[in-house]
Design a protein around this ligand. Structure first.
Ligand SMILES: Nc1ncnc2c1ncn2[C@@H]1O[C@H](COP(=O)(O)OP(=O)(O)OP(=O)(O)O)[C@@H](O)[C@H]1O
Ligand SMILES: Cc1ncc(C[n+]2csc(CCOP(=O)(O)O)c2C)c(N)n1
Ligand SMILES: [Mg+2]
Length: 300
């Protein structure tokens, strides 16, 4: 690593990135994009020791997550994820192979998303030395003429629906902490947000679930000025097979989608987990949950 210049490292990284359709792709001071509609933009950081451990996740896994955490935010607005820039902090002594593997993971995730919703590329980034591995992705989403779906659109009478691997990441984390393996550990390493389902759902409100169902539902309830009633039987039925009810209610990082849908048919791939009412806050089976929460970086 010490012998590699920044330019050499960039050459290694670039070799693995997906082909771009950007008007000006990576390589200049900025990329230039030509979206069809309004732009949705969001950013998400992964920090070694906080979001991943290198003994639990390969470099490819971390690259994959960097893309998935970001594209989920774009899709949650009903924007088609079209481009990412990725800024990295690389500690001294980190093998070039790790950075190369990370780039391969970016590519694998972009290929997966491209298969679902169309082309997406890494159109730039930045690198610096620093004390721990960090990767900050910034996603650009193309609204393509659609109206954004906000957290504030839920109305009393709506159904609360979810799609994704609810609780899988939390269960996977528990498996890894116990030194065990399993399909949820794989989903922790490589979450798969169902972005195509988010882009097509006729929802009134939507968000990706990053900090846990209850905590994120509270955010939707607050933004919409409504109360959200979660039904534990329905949550358990919607949960990822190995996940407990507690993991489904409080686990984060699955990056599935939570949406408020006007009454009617539930689209394929989505499950009802609750309902929207007048009032405030979130209940489970009618009970106020007090502090039962989810992930908070500053109190965890
Ligand atoms: N440091 C910051 N400066 C400005 N805005 C911020 C900052 N951190 C968060 N925000 C904004 O606050 C809102 C809530 O942030 P939060 O990180 O909870 O978003 P989120 O979508 O729930 O997270 P995730 O990326 O895990 O899906 C977002 O609109 C985000 O852009
Ligand atoms: C090593 C390790 N320990 C704990 C966790 C759990 N974890 C970290 S951040 C987060 C919530 C989402 O954060 P953000 O909103 O920043 O995406 C969760 C559930 C992990 N992933 N890795
Ligand atoms: Mg989000």
């Amino acid at each position: 690593m010490a012998s590699m210049s920044e330019d050499d490292l960039l050459t290694v990284i670039s070799r693995h990135l997906p082909a771009s359709t950007a008007t000006v792709p990576t390589g200049d001071d900025c990329a230039v994009l030509s979206p069809a509609g309004d732009v949705a933009i969001s950013t998400d950081i992964l920090v070694e020791g906080v979001h991943f451990r290198t003994d639990w996740s390969s470099a490819e896994d971390v690259g994959w997550r960097c893309v998935m955490h970001n594209v989920a935010d774009a899709a949650a607005m009903r924007a088609r994820p079209m481009s990412l820039v990725v800024a990295m902090v690389i500690p001294e002594g980190l093998a070039t192979e790790w950075v190369e593997g990370f780039s391969k993971g970016l590519r694998q995730a972009c290929d997966h998303i491209a298969d679902q919703t169309g082309p997406i590329a890494i159109d730039g980034g930045d690198m610096s030395r620093g004390p721990a591995i960090m990767a900050a992705g910034t996603v650009v989403g193309d609204m393509e003429g659609r109206e954004p779906v906000l957290r504030s659109g839920a109305r009393p009478g709506d159904l609360l629906i979810h799609t994704g691997n609810l609780g899988a990441s939390a269960h996977g984390l528990a498996l890894l902490e116990a030194g065990e393996t399993g399909s949820e550990a794989d989903l922790f390493r490589r979450p798969v947000p169902p972005v195509a389902l988010a882009l097509s759902v006729p929802a009134r409100a939507m968000m990706d679930v990053s900090d846990g169902l209850v905590r994120d539902a509270r955010r939707m309830a607050a933004a919409s000025g409504v109360s959200i009633a979660l039904d534990s039987d329905r949550v358990a039925a919607a949960a990822s097979p190995g996940a407990s009810l507690h993991e489904a209610l409080t686990g984060g990082e699955d990056h599935g989608f939570l949406a408020a849908l006007p009454p009617g048919d539930v689209p394929e791939g989505w499950s009802i987990v609750g309902s929207i009412h007048a009032g405030a806050g979130v209940t489970v089976d009618g009970a106020d949950l007090g502090e039962l929460g989810g992930w908070d970086h500053f109190t965890a």
